[in-house]
Design a protein. Structure first.
Length: 218
């Protein structure tokens, strides 16, 4: 994505980075080398808020990964937002992953649903139903609905979503951010075929998560 319209360091982290640099700089002036741990904090904040461009795979019916991380779940489930059976794929993001979220498919935003909740470890299954979360339901041009859910974690306390009902997203387009460790669940229509397995390390946009049912049958 050579035309990726976002800075390499996400704007969501600029204030955090500025504060960390100022604190480390002041500590250096007073304490010299004893301030080194604070500069390590600066490096951590810098890497956490990196937001690199990614190449967008091309192909009919491809579902792109919405987040960096590790695959926790691949299997049959119930989509609680559309009330239907679905193929569920869950990705866990730790504090060393890129935390911007990208659209898994191109389509219109049919619905955005925010649900308040807990902040248990996002790697637990109960996080899908118990934690604070924000779901975006996308309808592709072919009329297929895909649900993508941002889920807060034990440390993550801020879900950011920049789209609303009626907006349009392109596959791989950045639409949100979750701060400090989290999870993303994707619900796909029955018959869709997963292209990842539990334990796989994946990258937002550049990893193909699955093929939608119509493409999988072709």
């Amino acid at each position: 994505m050579p035309d990726y319209p976002h800075p390499i360091i996400a704007s969501e982290g600029w204030a955090h980075l500025a504060i960390a640099v100022i604190v480390a700089g002041v500590a250096t002036a007073f304490f010299g080398w004893w301030s080194l741990p604070l500069w390590l904090v600066v490096v951590f904040v810098l890497q956490f808020f990196r937001d690199p461009p990614r190449a967008v795979p091309q192909g009919e019916g491809l579902v792109l990964c919405p987040a960096d991380g590790r695959v926790l779940v691949v299997g049959d489930a119930r989509d609680p937002y559309l009330g239907r059976d679905a193929l569920k794929v869950s990705i866990f993001m730790n504090v060393f992953n890129v935390h911007s979220n990208r659209a898994p498919v191109a389509g219109a935003v049919r619905e955005v649903v925010y649900t308040a909740g807990l902040f248990v470890n996002a790697s637990f299954d109960k996080a899908s139903t118990g934690n604070e979360r924000n779901a975006v339901v996308l309808r592709t041009d072919a009329g297929t609905d895909v649900t993508c859910v941002q889920i807060a974690g034990l440390i993550a306390r801020r879900i950011l979503c920049y789209v609303k009902t009626g907006d349009r997203l392109e596959a791989g387009q950045r639409y949100g951010f979750i701060r400090f460790g989290s999870r993303v669940d994707v619900y796909l229509p029955p018959g869709s075929r997963a292209r990842v397995a539990i334990g796989d390390k994946v990258k937002a946009t550049s990893t193909v998560l699955a093929e939608l049912a119509t493409a999988a049958r072709a």
